[in-house]
Design a protein around this ligand. Structure first.
Ligand code: NAD
Ligand code: TDX
Length: 347
């Protein structure tokens, strides 16, 4: 492993991985390849701009010729693919881009990677491929029951990775992370959306009863999990990366509001997300057996995250303009209006 192409690393988790890899492994060259969609942001990578073992190239993972050119230009031997459309609500509004990137894009990366003679291909996937888990914990051999277009597109990408391993003997590894949070997360996801809205004393649109369960994983722990799977994972295998920290959404938000010193009256129960999964929960013994260990506990990681958004308004205020506001209106205007009618005193 020497020249690593990290795709989608201008986004939230990929940029954390690139910042970590550039510093931890000075003898690796880290080439970030990213389309810079609404979710891609070069500010996320500015910390490593001046590092000699880091390069950035802009492009689409589904653009075959461009991908081929980059693999040749940098003599790439390893691909770590973070590139994805990643937000469930957007996949309900418009799934096209999800099929383009999460399915076709993964296929193009695999196909060009194979022709180029890639030695290792790591696909970053998600716990959402298992679908709703009412009881117990998903293990890596459980069947896929994706419920949102996003989850189905990620499952489709994964199946193509499996096929390239079985059919062509490609050296592939898949990781399935749980709900990740931390600095530089685009403010459409639950925590960064609610932290930044709460800072501005705006209503927090909690879907349904807020009793859905997610397993919260701090971004730096997700990154070390991927590092361990990349270096030690067995070819053809998948590894769950869990936070082992199940929480009801409403409790996460109450804890966040307490840290910010803001009132719980900001919470508004709004009409639910369509097809909303009630619970995700995974077992991650398989990755632990490779030597991975979480470093953060939830209260500590939540406090770090809240503090980061308080300290870095420059980062998120620039994002919350233009296209973002159009998306926000489309996703929330009717929901918040409906909540106003139901809960008139809950301002
Ligand atoms: P993100 O939306 O913050 O970033 C996605 C990045 O991919 C952006 O920089 C974007 O510009 C880039 N991108 C999108 N389409 C592209 C294309 N066609 N070609 C090249 N680049 C493209 O996402 P994230 O939250 O950092 O998630 C990263 C990966 O981790 C995704 O594959 C996601 O499915 C997976 N994942 C996320 C979570 C989570 O909680 N956020 C949990 C588990 C797994
Ligand atoms: O406005 C909101 N109100 C609300 O109640 C938003 C944005 C979310 N929610 C709820 C829905 C979920 O139960 O909060 C929970 C978390 O929502 P998201 O942050 O949208 O995450 P989720 O749908 O659980 O998916 C996340 O985890 C798995 C990531 O977005 C995916 O990329 C990852 O694969």
């Amino acid at each position: 492993m020497k020249n690593i192409l990290v795709t989608g690393a201008a986004g939230f988790i990929g940029s954390a991985f690139a910042r970590y890899m550039v510093k931890k492994y000075p003898h690796y060259n880290i080439i970030v390849y990213d389309k810079l969609t609404y979710a891609g942001n070069l500010n996320n990578l500015s910390e490593i701009d001046d590092e000699g073992n880091y390069r950035f190239e802009r492009g689409d993972i589904a653009a075959r010729d461009v991908v081929r050119g980059i693999l040749q230009k940098y003599d790439i031997d390893t691909i770590v693919n973070f590139a994805a459309e990643s937000h469930v609500d957007r996949s309900i509004l418009n799934p096209d881009a999800f099929i383009h990137t999460d399915v076709v894009g993964v296929y193009i990366l695999l196909d060009e990677g194979r022709k180029h003679g890639i030695e290792r291909f790591l696909q970053v996937s998600t716990d959402e491929v298992y679908g709703d888990v009412e009881t117990g914990y998903s293990t890596e051999d459980d069947r896929f029951l994706p419920n949102s277009p996003y989850a189905a597109s990620k499952a489709g990408g994964e199946l193509m990775v499996r096929a390239y391993h079985v059919t062509h003997g490609m050296n592939t590894v898949i990781t399935r992370g749980s709900n990740t949070f931390g600095p530089y997360q685009y403010p459409e996801k639950l925590l960064p959306l609610f932290i930044t809205e709460a800072i501005d004393n705006r209503p927090l649109p909690l879907y349904g009863d807020g009793m859905q369960v997610r397993d919260w994983l701090y971004v730096d722990d997700h990154v070390t999990g991927i590092d361990v799977a990349l270096h030690h994972g067995v070819a053809g295998e998948a590894y769950n990366i869990a936070g082992e920290n199940e929480q009801h959404n409403i409790d996460v938000i109450k804890a966040m509001l307490k840290l910010l010193g803001k009132p719980e009256t900001l919470i508004k129960h709004v009409p639910d997300r369509e097809g909303h999964d009630r619970r995700y929960a995974m077992n991650c013994d398989k990755l632990r057996a490779l030597g991975w260990q979480r470093q953060y506990d939830f209260p500590q990681a939540l406090a770090l995250t809240v503090q980061w958004y308080q300290d870095n308004e420059w980062w998120w205020r620039e994002i919350k303009t233009g296209e973002y506001l159009e998306y926000f209106k489309r996703q929330y205007a009717d929901r918040l209006a409906a909540a106003d009618q139901d809960q008139p005193n809950n301002h």
